[in-house]
Design a protein around this ligand. Structure first.
Ligand SMILES: [Fe+2]
Ligand SMILES: [Fe+2]
Length: 245
């Protein structure tokens, strides 16, 4: 787990430079859908992380706990960056959104391993979502924010996959198959919610519901294979390119 602590420490001090002084250039057709969509993502990333922190403490691994702490801070930084964009657009921040409430409830029902499996669902979806935003927006501040979040989400996936690979190693084949099935069902339900709830921004940035659904599915397969295959892909093969040398 040492590598991941190094990664988060390195990532904390190597951030994209964002020029907040210039006004954000936003096409009229994109402004309202972006605000509406970012408000919902922003509230989802602004949690305190207390539950995850206390679950991580049960591992008794100080390096893992320290890495979780930096992971939580990174998610809060995403919330801060999105809040900056919204504030520059004079848009209010949400206090709560029902979809976020559902996720919090699901995450708290079980122990650390299940919490991380649930947490990975929005991480995977966020990766496709922020790629769509990064590819569509040309404003330098927006591009820098979305590129930074996308980079960070790659790290989050690798970090959780690495932990879960080891944590679930003792599962039998039928247990793995059942877990993958249930996990996929919850994942697909979350994809549907995002596709419906964020349809205007997805349409505005040129990503169809089918493309979003398909791409999220490919990402799920990749992550599930890394965690649940009998001979899992070493995390290094897929994610370690983001680890500092
Ligand atoms: Fe995030
Ligand atoms: Fe994340």
């Amino acid at each position: 787990m040492k590598n991941w602590l190094n990664y988060f420490e390195h990532n904390r001090t190597h951030r994209a430079e964002i020029d907040w002084q210039k006004p954000i250039e936003l096409a009229h057709a994109l402004r309202a859908p972006l605000i509406r969509s970012l408000q919902r993502f922003q509230v989802g990333e602004s949690g305190e992380g207390n539950h995850l922190r206390s679950h991580a403490a049960t591992t008794g691994d100080p390096a893992y706990q320290a890495a979780i702490e930096l992971f939580i801070k990174e998610e809060q930084e995403h919330a801060r960056l999105m809040a900056c964009i919204l504030q520059k657009q004079n848009a209010p921040l949400l206090k709560m959104h029902w979809s976020d409430g559902c996720f919090i409830l699901l995450r708290r029902l079980f122990g650390l391993r299940h919490e991380l499996l649930v947490l990975l669902i929005p991480e995977m979806i966020a990766k496709r979502y922020f790629r769509a935003l990064r590819d569509r927006f040309d404003d330098p501040a927006l591009k820098a924010v979305f590129s930074q979040i996308l980079h960070d989400e790659d790290g989050h996936l690798g970090f959780h996959v690495d932990f879960l690979q080891a944590a679930l190693v003792s599962l039998s084949l039928p247990e793995r198959a059942l877990l993958r099935l249930v996990w996929r069902l919850v994942f697909r339900a979350a994809c549907l919610v995002v596709i419906v709830d964020h349809r205007t921004i997805l349409r505005a940035v040129g990503v169809s519901a089918t493309t979003f659904w398909w791409d999220c599915g490919l990402l799920f397969d990749e992550v599930a294979a890394a965690i649940l295959s009998r001979a899992p892909t070493p995390v290094s093969a897929r994610f370690a390119r983001i680890l500092p040398g």
